[in-house]
Design a protein. Structure first.
Length: 168
Protein backbone atom coordinates (compact mmCIF):
# COMPACT_ATOMS: atom_id res chain seq x y z
CA UNK A 1 0.00 0.00 0.00
CA UNK A 2 1.16 3.49 -0.79
CA UNK A 3 -0.51 6.71 0.30
CA UNK A 4 1.51 9.79 -0.60
CA UNK A 5 0.85 13.30 -1.83
CA UNK A 6 3.31 15.71 -3.39
CA UNK A 7 4.51 17.38 -0.15
CA UNK A 8 4.11 15.16 2.92
CA UNK A 9 5.23 16.59 6.25
CA UNK A 10 5.48 13.18 7.89
CA UNK A 11 6.19 9.74 6.44
CA UNK A 12 5.09 6.58 8.21
CA UNK A 13 7.17 3.63 7.10
CA UNK A 14 5.67 0.27 8.03
CA UNK A 15 6.54 -3.33 7.36
CA UNK A 16 4.05 -4.71 4.83
CA UNK A 17 0.27 -4.64 4.73
CA UNK A 18 -1.60 -7.31 6.65
CA UNK A 19 -4.42 -9.24 5.01
CA UNK A 20 -7.19 -6.83 6.13
CA UNK A 21 -5.23 -3.83 4.92
CA UNK A 22 -4.47 -5.62 1.66
CA UNK A 23 -8.17 -6.35 1.16
CA UNK A 24 -9.37 -2.82 2.00
CA UNK A 25 -6.56 -0.91 0.29
CA UNK A 26 -6.07 1.37 3.30
CA UNK A 27 -2.86 1.20 5.36
CA UNK A 28 -3.20 0.65 9.10
CA UNK A 29 -6.94 0.07 8.67
CA UNK A 30 -7.06 -2.24 11.67
CA UNK A 31 -6.52 -2.29 15.43
CA UNK A 32 -2.81 -1.60 15.00
CA UNK A 33 -3.74 1.58 13.14
CA UNK A 34 -5.99 2.61 16.01
CA UNK A 35 -3.07 2.16 18.40
CA UNK A 36 -0.63 4.00 16.11
CA UNK A 37 -3.01 6.97 15.79
CA UNK A 38 -3.36 7.01 19.58
CA UNK A 39 0.44 7.00 19.95
CA UNK A 40 0.66 9.89 17.49
CA UNK A 41 -2.17 11.87 19.11
CA UNK A 42 -4.11 12.32 15.86
CA UNK A 43 -7.51 11.32 14.53
CA UNK A 44 -8.32 9.06 11.59
CA UNK A 45 -9.04 11.94 9.18
CA UNK A 46 -5.65 13.54 9.86
CA UNK A 47 -3.90 10.18 9.58
CA UNK A 48 -5.27 9.59 6.08
CA UNK A 49 -4.69 13.16 4.83
CA UNK A 50 -2.11 12.30 2.18
CA UNK A 51 -1.41 15.98 1.66
CA UNK A 52 0.35 15.93 5.02
CA UNK A 53 1.05 12.29 5.88
CA UNK A 54 2.55 9.67 3.59
CA UNK A 55 2.31 5.97 4.42
CA UNK A 56 4.19 3.12 2.80
CA UNK A 57 5.35 -0.29 3.88
CA UNK A 58 8.69 -1.78 3.02
CA UNK A 59 6.65 -3.68 0.45
CA UNK A 60 3.31 -2.80 -1.11
CA UNK A 61 1.74 -6.24 -0.99
CA UNK A 62 0.65 -8.69 1.70
CA UNK A 63 3.53 -11.19 1.94
CA UNK A 64 1.39 -14.10 3.17
CA UNK A 65 1.57 -16.20 6.33
CA UNK A 66 4.17 -18.55 7.71
CA UNK A 67 3.37 -22.06 8.98
CA UNK A 68 2.37 -20.63 12.40
CA UNK A 69 -0.09 -18.15 10.89
CA UNK A 70 2.10 -15.07 11.40
CA UNK A 71 2.66 -12.50 8.66
CA UNK A 72 5.78 -13.15 6.63
CA UNK A 73 8.39 -10.36 6.47
CA UNK A 74 8.23 -7.84 3.62
CA UNK A 75 9.55 -9.17 0.33
CA UNK A 76 13.10 -7.85 -0.21
CA UNK A 77 12.77 -7.22 -3.93
CA UNK A 78 10.03 -4.64 -3.29
CA UNK A 79 12.28 -2.22 -1.41
CA UNK A 80 15.14 -2.78 -3.86
CA UNK A 81 12.86 -1.99 -6.78
CA UNK A 82 11.08 1.18 -5.67
CA UNK A 83 12.16 2.75 -2.36
CA UNK A 84 15.09 4.85 -3.57
CA UNK A 85 13.09 6.10 -6.57
CA UNK A 86 10.15 7.06 -4.36
CA UNK A 87 12.25 9.15 -1.99
CA UNK A 88 14.19 10.78 -4.83
CA UNK A 89 10.86 12.01 -6.23
CA UNK A 90 9.73 13.59 -2.96
CA UNK A 91 10.83 16.84 -1.35
CA UNK A 92 12.68 16.75 1.94
CA UNK A 93 10.43 15.22 4.60
CA UNK A 94 10.92 16.56 8.14
CA UNK A 95 9.75 13.46 10.05
CA UNK A 96 9.86 9.71 9.49
CA UNK A 97 8.14 7.26 11.82
CA UNK A 98 9.93 3.94 11.42
CA UNK A 99 7.47 1.23 12.44
CA UNK A 100 9.19 -2.10 12.99
CA UNK A 101 12.64 -3.53 12.48
CA UNK A 102 12.67 -3.72 8.68
CA UNK A 103 11.84 -0.02 8.32
CA UNK A 104 14.42 0.92 10.95
CA UNK A 105 17.24 -1.01 9.31
CA UNK A 106 16.50 0.35 5.83
CA UNK A 107 16.25 4.00 6.91
CA UNK A 108 18.86 4.08 9.67
CA UNK A 109 21.35 1.73 8.04
CA UNK A 110 24.40 1.12 10.18
CA UNK A 111 23.06 3.52 12.82
CA UNK A 112 20.32 1.00 13.73
CA UNK A 113 21.11 -0.95 16.85
CA UNK A 114 21.28 -4.78 16.81
CA UNK A 115 17.67 -5.24 17.98
CA UNK A 116 14.36 -3.43 17.65
CA UNK A 117 14.27 -2.82 21.41
CA UNK A 118 17.73 -1.26 21.43
CA UNK A 119 16.92 0.88 18.41
CA UNK A 120 13.65 2.15 19.88
CA UNK A 121 15.32 2.73 23.23
CA UNK A 122 17.95 4.88 21.47
CA UNK A 123 15.26 7.04 19.81
CA UNK A 124 16.86 10.27 20.99
CA UNK A 125 19.88 9.56 18.75
CA UNK A 126 17.63 9.57 15.65
CA UNK A 127 15.27 12.38 16.59
CA UNK A 128 14.03 14.82 15.53
CA UNK A 129 14.00 13.51 11.93
CA UNK A 130 13.45 9.80 12.59
CA UNK A 131 11.52 8.14 15.37
CA UNK A 132 11.78 4.34 15.60
CA UNK A 133 8.70 2.57 16.93
CA UNK A 134 7.72 -1.02 17.62
CA UNK A 135 4.85 -2.31 15.53
CA UNK A 136 1.59 -1.16 17.15
CA UNK A 137 0.11 -4.66 16.86
CA UNK A 138 -1.79 -5.86 19.88
CA UNK A 139 0.59 -8.84 19.84
CA UNK A 140 3.22 -6.41 21.16
CA UNK A 141 1.29 -5.51 24.32
CA UNK A 142 3.77 -7.59 26.36
CA UNK A 143 6.69 -5.64 24.89
CA UNK A 144 5.00 -2.37 25.87
CA UNK A 145 4.45 -3.59 29.45
CA UNK A 146 8.10 -4.62 29.75
CA UNK A 147 9.30 -1.21 28.53
CA UNK A 148 7.38 1.50 30.45
CA UNK A 149 9.85 4.14 29.23
CA UNK A 150 8.19 3.88 25.82
CA UNK A 151 4.92 5.29 27.09
CA UNK A 152 6.46 7.62 29.68
CA UNK A 153 9.24 9.17 27.58
CA UNK A 154 8.92 8.43 23.88
CA UNK A 155 5.16 8.88 23.38
CA UNK A 156 4.99 12.44 24.77
CA UNK A 157 7.90 13.40 22.49
CA UNK A 158 6.26 11.62 19.54
CA UNK A 159 2.95 13.46 20.00
CA UNK A 160 4.68 16.83 20.25
CA UNK A 161 6.90 16.10 17.25
CA UNK A 162 3.95 14.93 15.13
CA UNK A 163 1.97 18.07 16.05
CA UNK A 164 4.93 20.27 15.10
CA UNK A 165 5.52 18.45 11.80
CA UNK A 166 1.85 18.74 10.82
CA UNK A 167 1.40 22.38 11.81
CA UNK A 168 1.34 24.93 8.98
Amino acid sequence: MLHVGARPRLFIVGQAPGLRVHETGLSFNDRSGDRLREWMGIDRATFYDDGRIAIAGMSFCFPGYDEKGHDLPPRRECAKTWRARLFEALPEIPLFLLVGRHAQVWHLGSRARPTLTETVEAWREYAPGHIPLPHPSWRNSGWLKKHPWFEQELLPFLRARVARALSP
